[in-house]
Write a protein that binds this ligand. Structure first.
Ligand code: NAD
Length: 335
């Protein structure tokens, strides 16, 4: 039986964990795990964290000093963990590699359809007794070229949805999928994906190589009317470059579920607070931008899967078993 400190807890995390847990002791903290909050974890066997917790070298050193050798991630991405330091400190990092990739892929679809058919505007308009269609003219996906950057689990699920809708799909990934090729997906260069697509959807992980993969230069390659969709990680996109492109009408639509500086904003109710992040404030006033606050994963099915896999990861750690969910330094470049 392990004693685990759960960070970045929301009411729903506690609810799902308490329902599924039969043997471990969890203590829940709303705080994010970062060097300043490691103290809260003293006396625990491990910590359980989410996407915006800061598992940097300093946090890991402090965890090691507190004799904590387990970091259980409640997510797939591990860009917020310093894996080199984890190896040095002999701390095991376990993640939830797959939990309904369809949840994120379907959220990307929801974002695309909202912007394409302006249902968010129609919803407010009709509730206000305004039944006019002026400015609600949209476009269809059928026959459009959809570019997918990263065709792993989520990218693959997304390609299948787009295929079902009759889009032409082109993709960029260093490791093309045979299954997708069979489906009719054409692999090409990143440049070609950016140039030819009506919709570009990002599904690659955040790594030093993909940081700002969408920047001033890549935006200049895209069609002026194109839609950019990011449900992956905020730092894939250079926000100030995208704001410039929107302002200069060089990008048609932007849909984001993730944001470069989301750490200070997302997962919190700031509705009675003055938001001092100029970039998110700027983005939210463009009529052709849709922002959701990292909810792609957030379905009942995913929460059940995340909870079950995390509990299994903790069991494996406590029993000293190897785990296929282990994230190791060898998985990244230059480690
Ligand atoms: P995955 O590991 O199955 O797939 C990632 C794919 O990206 C792989 O095929 C890989 O070869 C490819 N890739 C790596 N570097 C690339 C590059 N430079 N250019 C193009 N492709 C590259 O991961 P996944 O489960 O599909 O998840 C993808 C990302 O989605 C995660 O890393 C995470 O950041 C994000 N995510 C977001 C949410 C959300 O709630 N919005 C939830 C889960 C995951």
């Amino acid at each position: 039986m392990a004693k685990i400190a759960v960070f970045s807890t929301q009411a729903y995390d506690k609810q799902f964990f308490e329902k599924a847990n039969t043997q471990h002791t969890f203590e829940y903290f709303e705080n994010r795990l970062r060097p300043q909050t490691v103290n809260l974890a003293k006396g625990f066997d491990g910590v359980c964290v989410f996407v915006n917790d800061r598992i940097n070298a300093e946090t890991l050193q402090l965890l090691a000093e507190a004799n904590i050798k387990l970091v259980a991630l409640r997510c797939a991405g591990f860009n917020n963990v310093d894996l080199k330091e984890a190896k040095k400190q002999n701390i095991r990092i376990l993640r939830v590699p797959a939990y309904s990739p369809e949840a994120v892929a379907e959220h990307a679809l929801a974002l695309i359809m909202t912007l394409a058919r302006k249902t968010h505007k129609a919803y407010n308009r009709v509730r206000d007794g305004n039944f006019s269609l002026v400015n609600l003219n949209g476009f269809i996906i059928h026959g459009k070229t959809v570019g997918v950057v990263g065709t792993g689990q989520i990218g693959k699920a997304f390609c299948k949805i787009m295929n079902g809708m009759g889009a032409n799909i082109i993709a960029y990934d260093k490791y093309p999928s045979e299954e997708l090729k069979q489906l009719g997906v054409t692999y090409t260069s990143l440049e070609e994906v950016l140039k030819s697509s009506d919709i570009v959807s990002l599904h690659c992980p955040l790594t030093p190589e993909t940081h700002h993969i969408i920047n001033k230069n890549s935006l200049s390659l895209m069609k002026k009317e194109a839609m950019l969709v990011n449900t992956s990680r905020g730092k894939l996109v250079d926000t100030s470059a995208v704001i410039d492109a929107l302002r200069d009408e060089k990008l048609g639509n932007l849909a984001i579920d993730v944001y470069e500086e989301e750490e200070k904003l997302f997962f919190r109710d700031l509705s009675e607070t003055i938001i001092r992040d100029e970039q998110i404030s700027r983005l939210m006033v463009f009529p052709n931008v849709l922002v959701t606050a990292h909810q792609g994963f957030f379905t009942k099915e995913s929460m059940v899967q995340i909870t079950q896999t995390t509990l299994k990861n903790i069991d494996d750690y406590m029993e000293g078993r190897k785990s296929e969910n282990e994230v190791s330094c060898e998985m990244i470049k230059d480690c």
